[in-house]
Ligand binder design. Structure first.
Ligand code: MN3
Length: 193
């Protein structure tokens, strides 16, 4: 059994002008697809894993007793697969961030504006490729964190609530090297208020 790419829940141009159609198309049909293909390939040797939800595999990645190279391939490509699944869903034009979570963000960070500022700082300062997240710790606390490569907060025991892809492939066609401009525009596709 192998995993399949969930359909993108909107058209490539649905997030224009903030995220352009060409970037969405390449990001979804090439980058996301490649993570998925390599994830499936890496799991060929491990049929006992391939029947599980991909999120569960990534959550327990540090406990896997398998060859180190295979483990890294599963972590990187499985992470790329589930991180993008989450990212597309979260940005869906019809999707509104839950009001209770918005209240909690206000309480935890002082205001939505303060939250956005801290999150933006983490995204601008992520060195190299990676992601920025709002996560919930096991204990319930909210935190902004950043991960390198395709590492998922699930592997750290955290639950992702909001995600931003800051790999260059997420913005380079439209924003070139201007990551800060992409991040500023991206806030328009997240329905926080
Ligand atoms: Mn990406």
């Amino acid at each position: 059994m192998s995993y399949t790419l969930p359909p993108l829940p909107y058209d490539f141009n649905a997030l224009e002008p903030y995220i352009d159609a060409k970037t969405m198309e390449i990001h979804y049909t090439k980058h996301h697809q490649t993570y998925l293909d390599k994830f499936n390939k890496a799991l060929e040797k491990y049929p006992e894993l391939a029947g599980k939800p991909a999120e569960d595999i990534i959550k327990n990645i540090n406990d896997l007793k398998i060859d180190e190279k295979d483990c890294l391939a599963i972590k990187n490509n499985g992470g790329g697969f589930i991180n993008h699944n989450f990212f597309w869903q979260m940005m869906a034009p019809q999707k509104q961030i839950d009001g209770k979570l918005v209240d909690e963000i206000n309480q935890s960070f002082g205001s939505i504006e303060d939250f956005k500022k801290q999150f933006t700082d983490a995204a601008v300062n992520r060195f190299g490729s990676g992601w920025v997240w709002l996560v919930r710790h096991n204990g319930g606390k909210l935190e902004i964190c950043s991960t390198a490569n395709q590492d998922s907060p699930l592997s750290l025991g955290h639950t992702p609530l909001i995600a931003l892809d800051v790999w260059e492939h997420a913005y380079y066609l439209k924003y070139q090297n201007k990551r800060a401009d992409y991040i500023e525009a991206w806030w328009n596709v997240l329905k926080l208020i």
